[in-house]
Design a protein around this ligand. Structure first.
Ligand code: HEC
Ligand code: HEC
Length: 359
């Protein structure tokens, strides 16, 4: 009897003092599904940028495998950002996000950059988030969606909620249905002979691609905890013969302060790589053929302009990038293998498309 009385008393206290009602019922909280639905609208919402011209989806477009096709992305005011836009497919798997800041390890940490960066701006919302809230609150679509996600909040509009929902949506940009995935699951018809030979070359002790571009996502950035296994100098620059990358963008050295980190950038995933040209952190390599020629040469010799210098001789270059020789046939094999990392099912996935276009 006493047990029952205590039980009733605790229940009354919980209700009276508004303790976390999740203990009693979870029905009053928005579901993950609700948050993904709101996040999808916000991801494609131009009013989330300072002058209403850009959304996350402008630089991470579904038809371009969630990249943007520019060498370096363009800000709402038309300035070039410092870097090429990476594809967001499977980004939830990454242990290290972005090209050169080893401190960004989660999607929630990462999103602060596009939202609030100032030099240059991506969305440009630093000190402007309240204006955005004012727009969203006036829109009956968002009124409905925010209340559905956060029914217990009297004022459901906040930067944290925007971040939570966009991250929930980003985490669904996930796919592993390329011919390569079918092949390793045992469907040998998914791979032709040329792609099979390409995989062998990719994994060989001569080319060494697989040591940095390691499956399942063909990047150590989904596997390693130690930045030393994730960031490398592959010999793109050697400005003035001084072992430097361009001054305004020296790789992780910007964060570690170590000269030996000059020119080290994160190994990108090679999934869908044939659809995400141009390549490298600064988009300075136009085609996949050029990428292979660059590795075959053991780096890049820049022969003219202000960035002149022989990247092959950069002392910070990884010892894994030594150069090799391929026949035309072998080069084709390697490209056929990289093509087999393309997952076109993602392009047809309605749930990832811009909802403003479908309506
Ligand atoms: C103006 C273009 C632009 C906009 C707008 C933009 N991004 Fe990006 N995004 C980039 C670029 C460029 C990078 C590479 C950043 C770096 O490392 O310097 C990037 C990197 C990322 C990454 C890391 C991916 C990886 O492979 O490590 C994620 C995740 C991401 N953006 C999500 C978002 C989200 C969410 C939004 C909207 C809030 C957004 N981006 C808006 C251009 C943009
Ligand atoms: C030492 C590690 C390492 C090895 C070995 C390596 N890569 Fe890379 N790869 C990288 C890094 C780091 C980058 C990004 C460099 C940058 O932007 O400065 C990169 C970039 C790329 C890109 C551009 C992708 C994009 O989205 O921009 C392709 C394609 C590529 N590598 C293919 C290969 C192939 C093919 C091989 C084997 C011949 C190979 N890599 C060997 C580390 C490596």
């Amino acid at each position: 009897m006493t047990g029952l009385r205590y039980g009733i008393l605790i229940l009354i206290l919980l209700i009276l003092f508004g303790c976390d009602t999740d203990l009693i019922s979870t029905k009053s909280s928005g579901t993950k599904h609700d948050k993904i639905a709101l996040g999808r609208y916000l991801f494609y919402e131009n009013r989330l940028s300072i002058n209403h011209t850009k959304s996350c989806g402008s630089c991470h477009a579904p038809e371009l495998m969630f990249a943007d096709g520019y060498r370096r992305s363009v800000s709402p005011y038309g300035e070039n950002l410092i870097h090429n836009s990476p594809s967001l497919i499977n980004c939830v798997e990454l242990q290290f996000l972005g090209w050169s800041n080893p401190n960004i390890k989660t999607l929630s940490q990462q999103i602060e950059r596009p939202l609030y960066n100032e030099h240059p701006r991506e969305m440009g919302l630093h000190k402007h988030i309240d204006e955005v809230m004012a727009y969203l609150m006036k829109d009956s679509l968002y009124n409905h969606l925010f209340k559905r996600c956060y029914p217990r909040d009297t004022f459901p509009y906040s930067a944290n909620h925007i971040i939570e929902c966009i991250v929930a949506f980003e985490s669904t940009i996930h796919s592993q249905k390329s011919p390569y995935d079918l092949y390793i699951k045992g469907d040998s018809s998914a791979f032709n002979e040329s792609a099979k030979r390409g995989l062998k070359l990719f994994s060989s002790a001569t080319l060494k691609c697989i040591q940095c571009h390691t499956p399942p996502h063909f990047t150590m950035a989904t596997l390693a905890k130690n930045p030393d296994s994730v960031y490398f100098n592959i010999g793109l620059y050697n400005v003035g013969g001084n072992h430097q990358y361009p001054k305004n963008d020296p790789g992780i050295m910007e964060y570690t302060g170590r000269e030996s980190d000059n020119g080290k950038f994160r190994v990108p995933s090679l999934r869908n790589v044939l659809l995400t040209a141009p390549y490298m952190h600064d988009g300075s390599v136009n085609t996949i053929e050029e990428v292979i020629d660059l590795y075959a040469a053991g780096g890049r010799n820049v022969t003219w302009g202000s960035l002149q210098g022989d990247g092959r001789k950069n002392k910070n270059k990884s010892i894994l990038v030594q150069g090799f020789t391929l026949t035309q046939e072998e080069k084709k094999n390697l490209i056929d293998f990289l093509a087999a990392l393309t997952d076109s099912s993602i392009l047809r996935n309605e749930a990832l498309q811009n909802p403003f276009r479908i309506r």
